[in-house]
Write a protein that binds this ligand. Structure first.
Ligand code: ZN
Ligand code: ZN
Length: 215
């Protein structure tokens, strides 16, 4: 599996293009906007988009989903159905935040923890990580030890929990029970900012370092 991170929208959200090297089939994760830049990356790498994957229903992550799905006739997988209320609010949210108009969409497949997703010949594992939003999922490609975690965890920080149906304790619990068991050496692409590893965050992240959490 290969990937390229494409920061999109004024929020510099890390949209990820990932593809199977054998088949050149690709998935785009969290196409929040700037679809021209995403399509440019697709043609630059000579890959064929097969599906859209979604970590959670926030505007900066999904603002471009409906338009891209329609334009290229792509199926949408994710997030978990508990984020439907966020997706249903996209038209109001985009107006409020000064984003280009974002349409509501209906995923072809709602995801749950334990699900598997294919991209070409590659398999991606799904983990359910509520807390930032109630229906947040993360994606894990075990062979390359790579996770795409959306707004669950950042280098040096964690996702906000002051949104409707966000919950701090739930988020910490998701990180400890769903992310850490994947292994310290796992590299992750966060929803915003630079990549890091779970091991690095367990040592240094003020919110979730082992030394700062009650065991
Ligand atoms: Zn978010
Ligand atoms: Zn975000």
């Amino acid at each position: 599996m290969k990937f390229q991170v494409i920061p999109v929208t004024p929020y510099q959200q890390n949209c990820t293009l990932m593809w199977c090297e054998e088949t050149k089939k690709a998935a785009v994760v969290d196409p929040g906007g700037d679809l021209d830049r995403i399509e440019q990356a697709v043609s630059q790498h000579g890959v064929e988009l097969e599906k859209i994957l979604v970590t959670h229903g926030h505007l900066d992550h999904v603002g471009g989903v409906a338009a891209l799905a329609k334009k290229l006739n792509l199926p949408i997988e994710g997030p978990h159905k508990d984020d439907k209320f966020w997706i249903d609010m996209l038209p109001e949210q985009s107006q409020m935040m000064g984003f280009p108009p974002a349409e509501v969409f209906e995923p072809n497949r709602w995801l749950e923890g334990g699900d598997e997703i294919t991209v070409g010949n590659e398999t991606i594992e799904v983990r359910f990580c509520p807390g930032h939003t109630p229906g947040h999922v993360i994606l894990f490609h075990r062979p390359s030890q790579l996770a795409i975690v959306g707004d669950v965890l950042f280098q040096g920080s964690i996702g906000r929990t002051d949104f409707p149906r966000g919950d701090y304790d739930t988020l910490i619990d998701s990180i400890r029970t769903q992310l850490w068991p994947l292994g310290d050496e796992v590299q992750f692409i966060p929803g915003h900012g630079p990549m890091s590893t779970f091991g690095h965050e367990r040592k240094t992240n003020p919110f979730v370092a082992d030394k700062n959490l009650k065991q």
